[in-house]
Write a protein that binds this ligand. Structure first.
Ligand code: F0G
Length: 464
């Protein structure tokens, strides 16, 4: 096996405690078979999210000490603005404390109850923020992007036919179009520059701006460099600039590709949009040169953005995720393919065909992964998405039952991830011994965060 080049070494470590199976079983029961209720001190490998979980570099930690905490005009803001302009190219750079605030500011000022926003696939908080304005969030990803097994290289691409249909149907009710890079809800799949160019021409032909949800833009650019003809010799920064030049602004959760634990921003070219948003920002987040962040946080974001453009870093990071996926496949664990940039998605329907969706197979696998190996993933299936049909009252289940194993950036070693693949393999061998779950308690909205469940038929989650 050819060993990968690891573009950093470890300077500070965070000890991890060994937790026994008995302790894990008790913690899981106490959490009501919901991994959001587990304390992180009871977890060995935490793959709940890649958001805000990155390890910062020595240069980022160093930058923190140089924070200029002036209320207005912090020198860190000017560096933040200049760094972002250099990559993203937009005129206005507005800091926020995380991605969903950037979304909320944009949606509050530009949407009303009649509005319709097309996206390849809206991430849950993005969808929730659109719907919070009474507007309609429309997903227009290509059909291949909804098939967990196809090998299309750019499954995040937007369908021009679906977009055209949306414009025919909703016309002037569409204030802007969004593209999420990479497409998190569709498996962390990239969007091609060819597709972005087409969508951009389509939108601009109708006088409608194009806005990127840019959380994982560098990972998306890496896939373009590797997979799209004509980009092999271009740098990640050049590709990123080419992407953003085709749009009119972006929302960004810096908790992903800016390699920080907290932060975000919004970029726009339009002066009127930026003015309205800045006024609202001052009301809810803070002055326009800090937007809910400390000066030192702005410094860490700027430094993180410079680091994330490194091809060696991205090759190792995306390679880590892919290798974990390949090790799972070698053990017969069905996963969504091709493996995306930030996570491996286990296909629980294929893995546990004995469990109907009403028995929450993806949640059962998520819980078993913790019980068996101290590994935390997250369910993206019926617990998150099943809902009652407003007309018939019948339960509508989502098309896919997935367990997302999102890899934090620069945090885990190959050994940790090989271990996760091994635990998944062991669980596959449990087969029908793995029981389904039923809900004991649930909230009316976003129930997956707080619901309490129990194994069907009582007793343990994995039968003896
Ligand atoms: N857009 C995308 C595509 C995201 O993945 C997220 C967050 C957001 C927007 C919101 O950003 O958390 O900074 O407010 N995704 C995290 C995840 C939570 O686990 O995938 P935020």
């Amino acid at each position: 096996m050819e060993l990968p080049f690891v573009p950093y070494r470890i300077k500070v470590v965070e000890p991890v405690r060994r937790v026994s199976r008995e302790e894990r079983a008790a913690a899981l029961a106490k959490a009501g078979y919901n991994v959001f209720g587990l304390p992180s001190s009871s977890i060995y490998v935490d793959l709940l999210t890649d958001s805000g979980t990155s390890a910062m570099s020595d240069a980022q930690w160093g930058a923190l000490v140089q924070g200029d905490e002036a209320y207005a005009g912090s020198r860190n803001y000017y560096d933040f603005e200049e760094t972002i302009r250099d990559i993203f190219g937009y005129r206005h750079v507005i800091p926020t404390h995380q991605g969903r605030v950037a979304e909320n500011l944009l949606f509050t000022t530009r949407l009303d109850k009649r509005s319709v926003v097309p996206n390849n696939i809206h991430f849950d908080t993005t969808r929730a923020n659109v719907e919070h304005q009474g507007a309609l969030a429309l997903d227009c990803v290509i059909d291949e992007g909804l098939d967990p097994t196809g090998e299309h290289p750019f499954k995040g691409d937007m369908s021009l036919a679906k977009l055209a249909e949306a414009f025919d149907r909703y016309g002037d009710r569409i204030p802007f179009v969004m593209i999420t890079i990479t497409n998190n809800s569709g498996g962390g799949q990239p969007v091609s520059l060819a597709n972005i160019r087409e969508v951009s021409a389509f939108c601009h032909g109708r006088g409608v701006p194009l806005i990127f949800d840019a959380c994982r833009f560098a990972e998306n650019a890496w896939f373009i460099k590797r997979r799209e003809p004509g980009y092999g010799d271009r740098s990640i920064k050049e590709i990123a600039r080419e992407i953003f030049a085709l749009g009119d602004g972006c929302t960004m959760s810096a908790k992903k590709d800016a390699l920080v634990n907290m932060g975000g921003f919004l970029c726009l070219n339009d002066d009127d949009w930026a003015r309205d948003i800045t006024n609202l920002l001052i009301l809810i987040e803070g002055f326009r040169t800090y937007g809910g962040l400390a000066g030192r946080d702005l410094a860490a974001v700027a430094q993180g953005l410079r680091e994330v453009l490194d091809d060696d870093y991205l090759t190792y990071r995306i390679g880590q995720v892919r290798r974990m996926g390949e090790q799972m496949q070698a053990r017969g664990v069905p996963i969504l393919t091709p493996v995306g940039g930030h996570a491996v998605y286990v296909d629980a329907r294929r893995l546990l065909p004995h469990l109907p969706q009403s028995a929450f197979p993806a949640q059962a696998f998520t819980c078993a992964l913790y019980l068996e190996g101290g590994v935390r993933g997250v369910e993206i299936g019926s617990l998150m998405f099943a809902h009652a049909d407003p007309e018939t009252g019948r339960t509508v289940h989502p098309a896919m039952e997935l367990v997302r194993l999102a890899v934090p950036r620069r945090v885990y070693t190959e050994t940790h991830l090989a271990y996760v693949a091994e635990v998944c393999g062991r669980l596959r061998e449990c087969g029908e011994r793995l029981r389904g779950l039923e809900i004991v308690e649930e909230a009316p909205v976003l129930r997956h965060f707080t619901a309490r469940l129990r194994p069907l038929g009582g007793g343990s989650l994995i039968a003896d």
